[in-house]
Design a protein around this ligand. Sequence first.
Ligand code: NAD
Length: 290
Amino acid sequence: MKIAFIGLGNMGGPMARNLAAAGHSVTGFDTAAPMPEGVAPAASAAEAAREAEVVLTMLPNGQILRAVAAEVTPVMPKGAVLCDCSTVDVESAREVARQAEAAGLGALDAPVSGGVGGAAAGTLTFMVGGSAESFAKVLPLFEVMGQKAVHCGDAGAGQAAKICNNMILGVTMIATCEAFALADKLGLDRQKMFDVVSTSSGYSWTMNAYCPAPGVGPKSPADNDYRPGFASELMLKDLRLSQQAAEAADADTPMGRLAADLYESFVEREDGRGRDFSAMLPRFERRGRG
Ligand code: NAD
């Protein structure tokens, strides 16, 4: 397939490389990042998109996505699909889809989970919003870049799934970390705490698969001095997007709001920036109630 890939950073770079390695014809554009192996460089996003059957984007935020979409949709061939894999606000995803459809194109929002490791290994999960027809067209590419693609519904449904999942993840990580810090103060051994909780009703992905306590449970960023992994500032980005969506939809999300406030404080006023989001545990360890 003829593919344009716009935004070749930590995630987009290895995703584009995997598509090229699978035999697709990939043309790339990025304002700063180097071209991945096998990807032909274009002078602009529009030039990359001009002959593409599918245009993939992997960009920092909704504002940049809107600007790139405004540039590429007028030049894309009719019937081509614009598929954004970035994590952006639901409103930008829907607006870009409206714009693409008005230009006779298909549109998908297809944010991912799996991080940089999943992008490199081709094991991402895609959560996809848009028409069934566009989903079917891009599915072979999702299968190269990932191991699972779920068609979640109409435009915006992929972003909705992503921010709801990550709101649960942020809240659960905080709950797991504060429980470990409480266990410490009660003199409960961390390994015993893990043995009980991981097989009891408090179990969760953050406890069982990504335990924030070093030396306990399977290997995780806690065992690597909390180097990410999934950086706290990326968790903060996703929690802010979930709060933005909750405000727009008039949804009451008190735990999500508190998680956003805690990660904001951790990243912007404490030492959380650049550390894995599970580094909330040493943060709680140092604190008392005051
Ligand atoms: P990144 O900053 O490494 O990559 C973004 C790239 O976009 C950069 O190379 C930048 O130069 C390029 N770019 C910016 N403006 C551009 C423009 N106008 N035209 C072309 N290129 C432009 O970020 P990343 O880690 O690759 O993340 C990309 C997206 O994926 C984000 O929305 C992020 O939230 C999401 N995401 C990241 C992870 C992760 O673990 N890194 C996991 C899941 C989702």
